[in-house]
Design a protein around this ligand. Structure first.
Ligand SMILES: Nc1nc2c([nH]c(=O)n2[C@@H]2O[C@H](COP(=O)(O)OP(=O)(O)OP(=O)(O)O)[C@@H](O)[C@H]2O)c(=O)[nH]1
Length: 146
């Protein structure tokens, strides 16, 4: 019975959940923007989607609008963020829930305000990039959407 399965389930999340929101910016040519994690941070040098942690009391989309302003200097609205895919992955002593949105409409020109570099790539080229483990399963999902 479902009730028994729930009660006996020993694999409840034992680690704190880390909820991270990220955006795949898509340009008019269908290219995707990724940014490179800077030296001094965990996973330095890896390519990831712009975004960051959802703060306590913050809505995910509001967190992402804030992160995109802070990291890229662009403005967008929650209504422009299309939910695309998610990843669920252990990350150190936490469990990462990474919510990926697709974004096609923003104002301003993205700049690497926090990252060491930005680049625009074809979705298929993402497979060849060094990305965090949580991002790998998102690549195929993104390819299907763009
Ligand atoms: N923004 C972003 N974060 C990702 C991706 N994939 C992934 O595993 N992460 C992880 O999710 C967390 C994002 O939080 P963050 O950007 O605020 O954290 P950080 O490590 O850069 O900075 P911090 O020093 O403020 O903790 C990081 O642990 C990062 O490694 C991704 O595609 N985009």
């Amino acid at each position: 019975m479902i009730k028994e399965v729930l009660i006996d389930e020993p694999k409840r999340v034992a680690r704190p959940l880390l909820i991270v929101v990220a955006a795949a910016l898509i340009d008019a040519d269908g290219r995707v923007m990724v940014q490179q994690r800077p030296e001094g941070k965990s996973m330095a040098g890896l390519w990831e989607f712009a975004g960051g942690k959802v703060e306590v009391g913050e809505l995910p989309e509001a967190a992402l609008v804030r992160e995109l302003r802070e990291e890229l200097g662009i403005e967008t609205e929650a209504s422009c963020l299309a939910p695309a895919a998610f990843a669920s992955e252990a990350l150190g002593d936490k469990h990462l829930l990474l919510l990926l949105y697709v974004l096609r409409k923003w104002s301003g020109v993205p700049s690497a305000l926090h990252a060491s570099a930005l680049k625009w790539v074809r979705p298929v080229e993402l497979h060849a990039l060094d990305m965090p483990p949580a991002d790998r399963p998102l690549i195929g999902l993104l390819e299907a959407l763009i």
